[in-house]
Design a binder for this molecule. Structure first.
Ligand code: NAP
Ligand code: GDD
Length: 325
């Protein structure tokens, strides 16, 4: 039985990846930081399933704590390490740049050092991001597109991404980075724009909210489904040779288009409920992300199964179900 260690287990991707690996018969060690409120909502279903919980181990750990990361790798000797932990909110990274950098950049360095010293035979997945393309107007963006990060979050991700390539080349380690474009789901954090919209629409429909404040509606993103994207992470670590891959749908849409699909599906009038709040604009916006997933398709055999409209509707439906339960 293979053992996989996942940092960021309580996050959107950590929970879908745990589901996938448990279904494949892995033993999963999920690393959780201490929080003042319980933060395991996204993995509670694992605890409630006697077959899954047998192979699941939730442990405390923090990307800011080298000694702890070393101890976890010594204790669990993973075959695969998935580094998903992050302060992952781009807007918030302008407010907390140092904390973001500590977790995303220095945290990755700490984990890589523990990995190369303790279990260098393991395979390592790094959660890189399309945000790293930032100011580069080239599109679609591929593995060859120059990184021009435009936020403290993206700068930290770029450091971690470069470091992973450097460790792979310097020490011959099996490290692959997935340059993932935006991916969403009913488990998406409530402050990211897609979930903010679907949750608000459901609440408005139920009479629990009477307005939705948003920032820049013109930004374009390549949005896919998180459940599809964690499959690509796993596929990368099943390759003989490590590499970097763009994971995207190859379609881009504005925030406004996402809003329109959701409000139409909900039978709501945008003009009646949606207001623009200048405070939600960013000091520096990334106007357009559009990925070219050709390499992932050709080398991994990966393709997205869920498309834009279906994604928006399934997220709204899940939020509505959550309220009428
Ligand atoms: P997420 O929902 O924000 O989850 C982030 C996870 O990191 C949470 O479990 C969080 O724990 C944990 N974490 C934060 N600080 C930590 C620390 N100091 N020590 C240990 N754990 C810590 O993010 P996601 O959407 O699942 O994304 C997963 C990864 O992919 C992230 O690295 C993100 O930057 C990257 N990424 C995401 C996307 C996307 O569109 N979702 C696209 C490209 C790349 P708490 O629950 O305690 O906060
Ligand atoms: N969050 C948020 N809230 N974004 C808004 C809002 C709002 O009220 N109004 C408009 N937007 C716009 C943002 O300005 C941005 O252009 C777009 O919606 C998407 O914002 P987010 O959903 O916060 O995602 P992101 O693109 O900044 O970052 C996500 O994707 C990256 C990959 O490209 C995060 O998941 C990152 O962790 C990830 O790396």
């Amino acid at each position: 039985m293979k053992t996989a260690l996942i940092t960021g287990i309580t996050g959107q991707d950590g929970s879908y990846l745990a589901d996938l690996l448990l279904s494949k018969g892995y033993k999963v060690v999920g690393v959780k930081r201490r929080t003042s409120l319980i933060s395991t909502d996204r993995i509670d279903h694992v605890f409630n399933d006697p077959d899954l919980i047998m192979n699941f181990n939730l442990v405390y750990g923090n990307m800011n704590d080298s000694g702890c990361l070393h101890r976890l790798l010594i204790e669990h000797q993973p075959d695969e390490i998935y580094n998903l932990a992050a302060q992952s909110h781009v807007r918030v990274s302008f407010d907390t740049p140092e904390e973001t950098t500590e977790i995303v950049a220095m945290g990755t360095l700490r984990l890589l050092e523990a990995y190369r010293n303790i279990c260098p035979e393991a395979k390592f997945y790094q959660a890189s991001s399309s945000e790293m393309f930032g100011d580069n107007p080239e599109n679609p963006q591929s593995e060859a597109t120059r990184l021009m990060p435009a936020s403290p979050y993206a700068c930290a991700k770029t450091y971690a991404h470069n470091l992973c390539r450097n460790y792979r080349e310097s020490y011959g380690l099996h490290i692959s980075s997935g340059i993932l474009f935006n991916h969403e789901s009913p488990r998406r954090g409530e402050t990211f724009v897609t979930r903010k919209i679907t949750r608000a629409a459901a609440r408005i429909k139920m009479g629990l909210q009477d307005s939705l404040y948003l920032g820049n509606l013109d930004a374009k993103r390549d949005w896919g489904f998180a459940g599809d994207y964690v499959e690509a992470m796993w596929m990368m670590l099943q390759q003989e040779v490590p590499d970097d891959y763009v994971v995207a749908t190859g379609e881009t849409h504005t925030v406004k288009e996402f809003l329109e699909v959701v409000f139409k599906h909900a039978g709501l009038d945008i003009d009646e409920y949606v207001k623009i709040d200048e405070r939600l604009f960013r000091p520096h916006e990334v106007p357009l992300l559009l990925g070219d997933p050709t390499k992932a398709k050709e080398k991994l055999g990966w393709e997205p199964k869920t498309r834009f409209e279906g994604l928006a509707k399934l997220m709204y439906d899940a939020d509505l179900r959550g309220l009428v339960r």
